[in-house]
Design a protein around this ligand. Structure first.
Ligand code: VGL
Ligand code: ZN
Length: 199
């Protein structure tokens, strides 16, 4: 497949975006993503790779008010999930974040859905200030937050590397995740697995 590389060396200006590893998106959660738990250990290894290099790690979280417009009760497409401050919105207890992690909360306003981690957040400003030129992205979900973050980030001028063994899709429609991957490659994102990160 186009967009595949054999190996990528970490360099200054790289950042890792750990996307929405929250209880509600994991098995047992209110919007559980099938096999979502399988990515956590691989992401932990990525986090170690980046921190060892002194590179920034950002953890994003879906952080909704209790009456968010995306919930069924408000006529939206999703069951209630990731309500700010609840256990469902907490990062998985299995995710090992460094003390230096930067946390970015998204979709925090009642009347606004935002799947991209750049939309309505300080993420772009934060990355620019840190001299970031390229983001590596993993987490949940392939077909919503990951896809939209890659799209926005590339539009903003960042290079994007998708860590394909660290993402899982909601797949509301079968193959949404596959289509999202094809779309990200079409946009110019590079796809690798964690073991292809060279230090
Ligand atoms: C997401 C579904 C609902 C995501 C957020 O961040 O991928 N997906 N809310
Ligand atoms: Zn949400």
């Amino acid at each position: 497949m186009q967009g595949q590389e054999s190996a990528i060396h970490l360099q200054t200006g790289d950042v890792l975006l750990v996307t929405d590893i929250q209880n509600d998106f994991l098995p047992g959660g209110s919007l559980a993503v099938a096999h979502g738990d399988e990515v956590v250990q691989i992401l932990n290894a990525c986090i170690v790779d980046f921190t060892r290099h002194g590179l920034m790690v950002v953890a994003t979280r879906d952080w909704h008010p209790i009456d968010h417009c995306s919930f069924h009760a408000q006529g939206g497409p999703w069951p209630q999930h990731c309500v700010a401050g609840t256990d469902g919105a907490r990062f998985s207890a299995s995710l090992v974040l460094p003390d230096s992690v930067v946390i970015v909360s998204k979709a925090t306003l009642r009347d606004k859905e935002a799947y991209s981690s750049f939309e309505g957040t300080e993420l772009d400003r934060l990355l620019r200030k840190a001299g970031v030129r390229r983001f590596f992205i993993g987490g949940l979900t392939t077909d919503y937050c990951v896809l939209n973050t890659v799209r926005d980030g590339m539009r903003l001028g960042y290079a994007a590397v998708v860590l394909t063994d660290t993402i899982r899709a909601v797949d509301v429609t079968p193959d949404d995740g596959e289509r999202a991957l094809v779309e990200m490659v079409r946009l110019g994102a590079v796809c690798i697995e964690r073991q292809q990160i060279m230090e």
